[in-house]
Design a binder for this molecule. Structure first.
Ligand code: NAD
Ligand code: AKB
Length: 318
């Protein structure tokens, strides 16, 4: 790809669970004014996002993305705007329009404005035919619409790289656990909600079975993985650059509840599965991140115990 691009950063979907933490991390690294947050929603007025530049932006609007990128001297887009699995399965057409349509808009703007693009994928790309600890190149046959949109997102990123030279990168995030913003309508939201319930009322009704085991990661690790991938030399990245499996934690809902009750006296948890159980059952228990480790050398710092300590400390403000 030739041409001149700016050196500022645009984050789409910035008011969501990941954006809230990623924008802060990017502003620490690059300076507050260098990172422009955007979302289709208005900020509630209390978000840390408002410490720096914010623009309203619908990612379906390619012209608006290009105009902002040209006007603001953007060189890199972190494209986080999406519908997650639980919301997506309730609104499949909207999920396809936002997740696939929005990604096409961002990639088209990238082609026009010479941008680098980070577009996250998800462990939801895997379906029931994948091994329970899938390697990087396992079959991608998801049974959720959300998962299909993530497979399409990876294919689009590869295609824009191959045909137009756009520098696209992505990680297949597992369920992410954090406290600065609520989880955004996914299947793994129970692993965030459980902490708030434990501290607010001492009880949680978990919407998956006790033995449900999924890949998970503490948000600080996910942010560090993202920044490490984006800082990696281009020639280190192989064919998996649009959606890397990364090394993750893996624990059951019951193991998480037990780790919390070891620390919050009297905490109890009931397990009452709903439709989200089906989505969880179609996903792997863990993922094999050895390709990412080998190519750009990253591994997580938090295990289950230290993640639970950090979540309880962060939510209670101590
Ligand atoms: P989130 O739901 O918390 O945030 C998404 C944001 O996108 C919201 O603030 C929403 O207002 C915004 N948005 C929705 N439609 C939009 C539109 N048309 N234009 C602009 N903004 C729009 O999601 P998140 O957890 O922050 O996830 C970000 C990305 O990471 C998504 O691609 C998601 O699939 C992926 N991911 C997240 C997780 C996780 O556990 N959080 C795991 C795997 C992958
Ligand atoms: C969801 O549960 O939808 C997300 C994801 C794993 O992609 N957290």
């Amino acid at each position: 790809m030739s041409g001149v691009h700016g050196d500022r950063i645009l984050v789409t979907g910035a008011l969501g669970q990941i954006g809230t933490d990623l924008v802060q991390a990017l502003r620490r690294e690059h300076g507050i004014d260098s990172v422009i947050a955007s979302d289709i929603r208005e900020s509630d007025g209390h978000s840390s996002i408002e410490e720096g530049p914010y623009v309203p932006l619908d990612v379906m609007d390619t012209d608006a993305i290009s105009a902002i990128c040209k006007r603001e001297g953007i060189g890199t887009v972190y494209h986080l705007a999406a519908l997650l699995s639980a919301t997506g399965e309730r609104n499949p057409d909207k999920c396809r329009r936002i997740n696939v349509g929005g990604t096409i808009s961002v990639l088209e703007a990238a082609r026009e404005c010479f941008l680098r693009v980070y577009a996250p994928s998800s462990i939801a790309v895997f379906g029931p035919d994948a091994p329970k600890n899938p390697p990087q190149d396992a079959p991608l046959n998801p049974t959720t619409v959300y998962g299909e949109t993530k497979v399409s997102g990876e294919a689009l990123a590869r295609e824009y790289r191959r045909s137009h030279g756009v520098d696209t990168r992505g990680i297949r995030y597992p369920g992410l656990i954090s406290y600065n913003a609520p989880a955004g309508g996914g299947t793994t939201d129970y692993a965030v909600e459980i902490f708030h319930a434990a501290l607010d009322s001492g009880h949680y009704e978990c919407f998956v079975r006790a033995d449900t085991r999924l890949p998970m990661l503490y948000m600080d690790d996910a942010i560090e993985a993202t920044l490490t991938l984006m800082d990696a030399e281009d020639d280190l990245l192989g064919d998996s650059r649009a959606g890397y499996n990364i090394p993750c934690l893996s624990f059951s809902a019951e193991e998480l509840a037990n780790a919390i009750s070891d620390r919050v006296e009297g905490f109890t948890c009931d397990f009452v599965p709903d439709v989200r159980q089906e989505y969880a059952d179609s996903w792997p228990d863990s993922i094999d991140g050895t390709v990412a480790e080998r190519e750009w050398g990253w591994s997580p710092r938090f295990d289950l115990e230290s993640m639970v300590d950090e979540m309880l400390r962060g939510i209670s403000g101590s």
